[in-house]
Design a protein around this ligand. Structure first.
Ligand code: SAJ
Length: 432
């Protein structure tokens, strides 16, 4: 049972707003804080400024019951949850400036005995940096009550939810809580148990920070293995999808799926925080990043070779822009970079982009004379070269007779895996 009944959530983005809403619908008084006035206004109207299943119902319900409100200034509260971006800088170290800005908002409100939780994915040491930063602004407060100074409790509780399933996974996933002190961890555990039905595992702050980075690096390294296999298989003239399908019948082998590269906001970023923290020792993690980052260029080269063989100006169907299947999220999507590179390298080619989840081309592609949005059927039927960049269900449903006589570069193996029958269970698990 938590004794906390007022929480300020700093940052109303993909993680902060769902966390604010789930706390509020479980009886906590929540004030969401965001620098963006439009976001604040939307939340105060009970609206959600981005797409996430079921989030709208939670926000609307919490606002109408008076449990959730939003503001641009940080108020006084018993607990603060910081869920702001931590992008990487040019040298690939983490940019902590958003965390520091949140700290500057929190510091003047503290009286003693408050809990400050960092949820943002962070490099090792970031929670202590947040604590040091706040205590430097407020030397009258302390971590441990030394000299009778009122205590502030600091903890890290990384989010692990999958976009598209956030409202389910917030409740059902196990959660890691790392305290700068044991008391901070215990207070944070009590707060999260208000809505989290998974196990809440307690550790120290730096181990919690690393656990989150390690989870995403684990996935990145394993995707890099699959991507490297796809390049080797191409050179050896064998089918990588068949190869992986067969190898995964071994009881202790579970190879992931190759693709055109790794997109999204997390897996392509977080491993660099480990590399920055321990550069000489992070050889595998760094190499995996490089392998995955090199994959889009390899795909572009494959399409360029196919165009050269054709011997005339090609029409290319680029299937998909999202960073993974059946979502509308284009953030850091390798498909966009590949399509833009094709438009640059093959200026006389006509590129027909099919992306059933958007109704306009993103900025990186809009206004290019040789790129236009098309329906899936139209793009495929007009194309000489079909390049599959995302495994959307709509593409999988294409009659394979529509591909006869065309050059197909299938970076997701959608038609090959259909042709080779049911995937083993290990693969089906990776389809999310
Ligand atoms: N991908 C492949 N092959 C695969 C699996 C994925 O190429 O076999 C690609 C996807 O197409 C995509 C990228 O990897 O471009 C990332 O997709 P994803 O589904 O693996 O992960 P995200 O970025 O949507 O969410 C991840 C999750 N982390 C893990 O699964 C360890 C999620 O639980 C985290 O909360 C999220 O990162 C985050 O916010 O850190």
């Amino acid at each position: 049972m938590t004794t906390i009944d007022t929480v300020a959530v700093i940052g109303l983005g993909y993680i902060g707003l769902p966390t604010a809403a789930i706390l509020a619908t479980n009886g906590i008084n929540v004030i969401g804080v965001d620098v963006n006035q439009k976001t604040v206004d939307a939340v105060n109207r009970g609206e959600v400024p981005f797409v996430e299943p079921d989030l709208g119902v939670h926000v609307a319900g919490a606002v109408s019951q008076g449990k959730l409100q939003a503001a641009t200034e940080t108020p006084a509260a018993q607990a603060y949850i910081v869920a702001v971006p931590t992008p990487f800088l040019a040298d690939r170290s983490a940019d902590l400036s958003y965390i520091e800005a949140a700290a500057r908002g929190i510091a003047p409100q503290l009286k003693g005995d408050e809990l400050v939780i960092l949820e943002s994915t962070s490099p090792p040491g970031a929670t202590r940096h947040l604590a040091d930063y706040i205590l430097a602004l407020r030397p009258d407060l302390s971590l441990d009550g030394e000299g009778g100074a009122p205590v502030i409790h600091f903890a890290h509780c990384p989010e692990r939810v999958l976009p598209g399933r956030v409202m389910i996974e917030l409740v059902t996933n196990d959660r890691i809580v790392g305290g700068v002190t044991a008391e901070a961890a215990s207070l944070a555990k009590d707060l999260y148990s208000v809505f989290c039905q998974g196990e809440i595992l307690v550790t120290d702050d730096v181990t919690a920070e690393m656990a989150k980075l390690v989870e995403n690096s684990y996935r990145d390294v394993n995707i890099a293995f699959a991507n490297e296999l796809s390049v080797i298989s191409d050179k050896l003239g064998i089918d990588v999808w068949e190869l992986i399908r067969l190898a995964n019948h071994h009881p202790r082998v579970n190879i992931l799926q190759p693709g055109p590269g790794v997109g999204g906001h997390c897996i392509a970023v977080d491993p660099w925080f480990i590399v920055a923290a321990s550069p000489d020792e992070s050889q595998l993690i760094r190499t995996a990043r490089e392998v995955n980052d090199a994959k889009p260029e390899w795909v572009v080269e494959k399409v360029r070779e196919a165009a050269e063989k054709l011997g005339r100006e090609p029409r290319i169907a680029a299937l998909g822009l999202a960073f993974k299947a059946n979502i509308d999220d284009l953030r850091e999507s390798p498909a966009i970079g590949i399509t833009a590179a094709l438009a640059d390298k093959l200026p006389t080619a006509e590129i027909l982009v099919a992306e059933p989840h958007v109704d306009a081309l993103p900025v990186a592609l809009a206004g290019r004379p040789n790129v236009q949005l098309a329906t899936t059927d139209d793009a495929i039927s007009k194309a000489d070269i079909v390049v599959v960049l995302v495994d959307h269900d709509e593409f999988k449903a294409t009659e394979q007779s529509a591909l006869v006589g065309k050059s197909v570069i299938d970076t997701r193996g959608i038609w090959r895996s259909l042709a080779s029958g049911d995937l083993p269970a290990a693969h089906a698990n990776q389809a999310v």
